[in-house]
Write a protein that binds this ligand. Structure first.
Ligand code: SF4
Length: 197
């Protein structure tokens, strides 16, 4: 065996380390360590970019869902974290944003429109068609009755002051632009985007 000085030192050093670990009872520590390592929980998930629903800061989030999306299979969101590539938050989330997973799975989360008829004390689940049709009809009725095209002095104002709108905080810039255009095109002046509710 042609063993040079550097090789001799490496060989004896490795042997010493192995025999020392074995002598102090860590002979199978490598196997135990490998057996204890769990697979990364997000490995088989689907990543979806979104915006935090809570406030007007509009932090970017990454939503991870499990489920292979096969027919009849339902995806399930298992993890949400800040998006490190988002220019607003660069991966950080405040405590409310950090708790978004609980919001998603909260049994009290509202998922369908509800309607409380005049005189009733109960909210009932209704279809989106019913809700949107009713909102549109009531808006038109109110606008037809209260739209002001001109003031008493003859100035053109084209305003509608008897109905207001509160839009979502977590809208994209494009959605906010369109919302603003639609609302203003009807002459509505009472309009805001909720900042934190
Ligand atoms: S609630 Fe927190 S995480 Fe969500 S958008 Fe606002 S600051 Fe960002």
């Amino acid at each position: 065996m042609d063993l040079r000085r550097r090789g001799f030192i490496q060989l004896t050093g490795a042997g010493l380390a192995a025999s020392t670990l074995g002598a102090i009872g860590f002979g199978s520590s490598g196997d135990a360590l490998a057996a204890a390592v769990r697979p990364f929980k997000l490995t088989a998930t689907k990543e979806t970019r979104n915006t935090c629903t809570y406030c007007a800061v509009a932090c970017g989030i990454l939503v991870y869902s499990a489920g292979d999306r096969a027919k009849n299979a339902r995806s399930n969101i298992i993890h949400i974290e800040g998006d490190p590539d988002h220019p607003v938050n660069r991966g950080t989330l405040c405590p409310k944003g950090s708790a978004l997973l609980d919001v998603v799975h909260a049994p009290t989360r509202l998922k369908q429109p509800k309607y409380r008829a005049p005189g009733s004390s109960e909210f009932k689940v209704v279809s989106w068609d019913f809700a949107l049709e009713r909102i549109a009809r009531l808006m038109k009725q109110d606008r037809d009755a209260n739209f002001v095209a001109r003031t008493a002095a003859g100035a053109t104002v084209n305003r509608w002051l008897t109905t207001g709108m509160l839009a979502a905080s977590a809208s994209s810039t494009e959605t906010s632009y369109l919302t603003w255009k639609v609302v203003r095109s009807m002459g509505m002046l009472v309009f805001d985007n909720q900042a934190r509710v």
